[in-house]
Ligand binder design. Structure first.
Ligand SMILES: [Zn+2]
Ligand SMILES: [Zn+2]
Length: 240
């Protein structure tokens, strides 16, 4: 009763609005219930890279959680698993673009806490440390912030973990991955990361906004394993 009254006062003083439809929502809520339901939750996918399972294969394999995609079978990645809160589709894709390119930094808290919800229901024990996929320093300078680091902050708070934006470094500026053929994409990111600081024996969660090919996360995980990390998993807002 008292709680409800306090909540009413809070909503009166600090009304929020839904990030998507701008309808009024209770304080502390980012989405109205309709919009929250419409978000493209990431469904069943590859046990390692979370690549979505196509419908034709779905019926045959939906029952067992051990499905591994052809790419991971052929080239097992350096990371052990991927947790993606969403599939890279509207409206999540628009929110990610707003965070990255339109300086809507507050969306990192919104998306980061949605990631935390998914991660909390997926893992049984937290990792030792969270590391954001770093930007190259010239890109960081132009953008002013690393969206992966901003996403990692609410996750770190939720799980009581440290997030270190410097332990993993990006040595080279890599051109956009999307236009390159596979062989070139691999070459593009190979040796792009270096570790500065201790990761020995650690289970590491790498945080990024989107994974498309997985080559970037793979190169980062590879650098961490070579520096002595025990294992690397990847936490994403969305899997393309
Ligand atoms: Zn809404
Ligand atoms: Zn896979």
């Amino acid at each position: 009763m008292v709680y409800q009254r306090l909540k009413n006062v809070q909503n009166y003083l600090f009304p929020g609005s839904c990030e998507l439809c701008r309808r009024r929502v209770d304080a502390g809520q980012d989405f109205c219930s309709d919009c929250k339901r419409s978000l493209p939750a990431h469904g069943f996918g590859c046990r390692i890279c979370a690549a979505p399972l196509w419908d034709d294969a779905a019926e045959a394999t939906r029952s067992h959680r051990e499905w591994v995609c052809g790419r991971c079978q052929k080239h097992p990645p350096a990371f052990t698993s991927v947790i993606a809160a969403f599939t890279y589709q509207e409206p999540i894709s628009n929110l990610i673009l707003d965070l990255k390119y339109h300086r809507k930094l507050y969306l990192a808290r919104v998306l980061g806490s949605l990631m935390a919800d998914t991660v909390a229901t997926t893992i049984s024990t937290p990792p030792d440390i969270i590391l954001p996929i770093p930007l190259h320093r010239t890109r960081l300078r132009t953008r002013g912030y690393n969206q992966a680091y901003e996403l990692a902050k609410p996750l770190a708070r939720q799980f009581g973990l440290t997030v270190d934006p410097r332990r993993l470094q990006r040595l080279r500026k890599t051109p956009s991955q999307t236009d390159l053929p596979r062989r070139q994409r691999l070459k593009n990111v190979r040796g792009a990361f270096a570790v500065s600081g201790n990761v020995v024996g650690m289970r590491i969660a790498l945080v990024d906004d989107v994974m498309t090919t997985g080559h970037t996360a793979n190169a980062a995980a590879d650098a961490l394993l070579k520096a002595g990390a025990r294992s690397v998993e990847v936490w994403l807002v969305a899997r393309a």
